[in-house]
Design a protein around this ligand. Structure first.
Ligand code: WTA
Length: 632
């Protein structure tokens, strides 16, 4: 069976096969890869543990499947096409051969500085080719990388380093983001005051600004690369050895380290990339995500490179130096597949059509969306003005925990239906359940989205705390993986994702746990208690609204700003509340639980029906909160 799907009937056939005999289905796809040792069993699993093993007994290295496997045919092909923040600076083309050599050199660097199989290495870097090289080199030596988005604060970075007890941090002097130059090395220095496990920091020179280099700890990337051999024998990894940890927010507590393993992740990111985007060998593909998020991992680096694609990596932001930058880059590189987030689409939509007019966008064949539900208006704007009405739009639903795209149209194959993620990929068995966990069969149903059967890139554990993995994903509805999302299956059997049903808010496509933001707010010395909810926001999808009880409320404006700033410092700018309302109390039930339903209504200015407030301990506080509600 050729694993490239070409028609709708082909899709149906592949899907059926993947359900009837998952092992045969995935075994056939996996057979194209280079294995150092064959597998003994394709799949063994239970969701009670959870304990999931794909291709158990096999040995491999994922980078051998990018390089050694592809070099005979791809040596001269561009692997990474890098566009700098400033359009007047030179872009860079890195061929598969060059990327291989750089990866080998950096693998030698890592090993010569004591990094061994299983060690954790933090990558806190700008969107520069060295970030990709860093990830690949970690994978090559068997180290577990944990990329931390370079916009997170020193505290957030230290928390992640401490959770996985990383030995090394890879960073840069600075990070160009539009007109800004963020001093990332200084953030690392601050974080390391609270993170003693790190023994070495390798600093890539990007902006050239002065940084403090601590003797014996900090070394320059260009210094250590010098003289390193461009050959390196890849370390053999077991199929189930961890490839990376990526921290993500949940309903409770601190962000958790989602762990992905090697073989299953490799097979699934490759397969889903090829089929969702219908990538052809001469295409130029661009995903605008940051490597700090799962989308960057799976669909800038691993999926495209495993498929031998040319993957564009962009350092900057969509509006710098002008709001037509994305469209300029599409024409410059003749991009075929373009993959971005609804928040970017809505932000650019706000500039009108003028920024698009100078560009033809004629090279585009597929456009994609990821990270949050795409509203119909944004869907049509994107489809009409960027896709020129001719490009299929793939609305891809998935999560950090799923590793790869789960529900999505296959470009040009699945009929497009605005704002619908549509149909599951082969191997994916979504079910919709009611609050009690009863499966809602048939069409025209709405409920909580679960997945009934393992797929190769499913989360294996949460780092250092397997119980938390079980409780978060496998306990709400025993026997199923629970996504945390609500979904509807319409009359045609197409899925529409309705958004989170838990206390996670999605701000500009970034996941934030309300508890995490509350904990940060509570660090402000004047704060007694807080409650955070999401509300609909035109550009960001959801905004962050914080209700805060303070010791004194003398200068409310000043206090609100201070609270916002506290969150920015503790987590990072992406978590800064849009609105802070100082309140005399929070609506609580007799058991002391905050009734968030009411706060959500106030935050979204939907005061029509407050529902039943009779169980509240302090119903009078609701009136006061409504009176003081902020416009947003
Ligand atoms: C949301 C990003 C609707 C969803 C890959 C999910 C989406 C969370 C879509 C995961 C989509 C992602 N339509 N909602 N196409 N894609 N989401 O872990 O709520 O950063 O649970 O992974 O984003 O966010 P994460």
């Amino acid at each position: 069976m050729n694993h490239r799907i070409k028609t709708l009937s082909n899709y149906i056939h592949h899907y059926e096969k993947s359900i009837q005999d998952p092992e045969a289905f995935w075994g056939e796809i996996a057979s194209i890869f280079q294995w150092k040792k064959p597998w003994k069993k394709i799949l063994s699993w239970n969701f009670e543990g959870p304990d999931i093993k794909w291709f158990d007994g096999a040995q491999l290295n994922i980078t051998e499947n990018i390089f050694e496997r592809l070099l005979p045919t791809h040596a001269e092909k561009t692997a990474i096409l890098w566009e700098p923040n400033n359009p007047n600076d030179k872009s860079q083309k890195i061929t598969y051969q060059e990327l291989f050599h750089l990866t080998c050199q950096f693998s030698n660097v890592l090993e010569s500085h004591g990094v061994k199989k299983g060690d954790r290495v933090i990558i806190y870097m700008p969107m520069i080719p060295e970030a990709a090289i860093a990830m690949l080199a970690c994978a090559r030596v068997g180290a577990i990388h944990s990329v931390v988005f370079a916009g997170f604060s020193a505290t957030a970075l230290a928390d992640r380093i401490n959770d996985c007890k990383a030995k090394m941090v890879l960073t840069a002097d600075g990070n160009y983001r539009g007109a800004k130059n963020i001093p990332v090395k200084a953030v690392v220095d601050e974080a390391l005051e609270k993170a003693p496990s790190v023994k070495k920091v390798i600093v890539c020179q990007r902006t050239g600004e002065t940084v403090i280099m601590i003797p014996d700890r900090d070394i320059w990337w260009h210094d250590v690369m010098e003289g390193q051999s461009n050959q390196h024998a890849a370390v053999s990894m077991d199929a189930e050895d961890s490839l990376f940890i990526l921290y993500t927010s949940g309903s409770t507590g601190k962000p958790k380290g989602v762990v992905h393993s090697t073989a299953g992740y490799m097979v699934y990111t490759y397969y889903s990339f090829l089929n969702v985007f219908q990538y052809n060998p001469t295409d130029i593909y661009w995903c605008t995500a940051d490597i700090g998020w799962i989308t960057g991992h799976s669909y800038i680096i691993y999926g495209p490179l495993l498929a031998g694609a040319t993957s564009v990596m962009f350092e900057g932001v969509p509006t710098y130096p002008h709001p037509g930058r994305f469209w300029e880059i599409i024409d410059k590189f003749k991009i075929n597949q373009f993959y971005t987030a609804p928040t970017a689409i809505r932000a650019l939509q706000a500039y009108g059509l003028d920024p698009i007019t100078p560009y033809s966008l004629a090279s585009l064949t597929v456009i994609g969306s990821v990270g949050e539900p795409i509203n119909e208006e944004a869907w049509h704007w994107y489809h009409t003005n960027i896709g020129k009405g001719k490009c299929p739009l793939v609305d891809t639903w998935w999560q950090t925990e799923t590793g790869g795209i789960m529900i999505s149209p296959l470009a040009g194959i699945t009929p497009n239906k605005p704002a619908h993620a549509s149909l599951p990929l082969p191997g994916i068995q979504p079910v919709i359940v009611d609050a009690e966990g009863n499966e809602l069969k048939g069409n025209n149903v709405e409920g909580n989205l679960c997945i009934a059967f393992p797929w190769p890139s499913i989360i294996r554990t949460t780092y250092g705390d397997h119980k938390r993995c079980k409780e978060t994903y496998f306990s709400t509805y025993p026997g199923m993986y629970f996504t945390g999302d609500g979904a509807k299956r319409d009359h045609d059997g197409y899925f529409r994702i309705l958004g989170r049903v838990d206390d996670v808010i999605n701000v500009s496509g970034h996941r934030m746990g309300t508890a995490e933001v509350e904990n940060a707010i509570n660090e402000h010395p004047k704060v007694i208690e807080s409650a955070v909810v999401g509300y609909p926001h035109d550009i960001k999808g959801q905004g962050i609204y914080a209700f805060v009880i303070c010791e004194s409320s003398d200068d409310i404006a000043k206090l609100s700003e201070e609270i916002k700033d506290t969150v920015r410092k503790i987590i990072g700018p992406i978590a800064k509340p849009d609105v802070v309302q100082i309140v005399p109390g929070l609506p609580k039930t007799r058991s002391g639980k905050i009734m968030r339903r009411i706060l959500r209504k106030v935050a979204s200015q939907d005061l029509s029906n407050m529902g039943d407030t009779s169980t509240l301990l302090n119903p009078e506080v609701v009136e006061e909160i409504i009176k003081g509600a902020q416009k947003n």
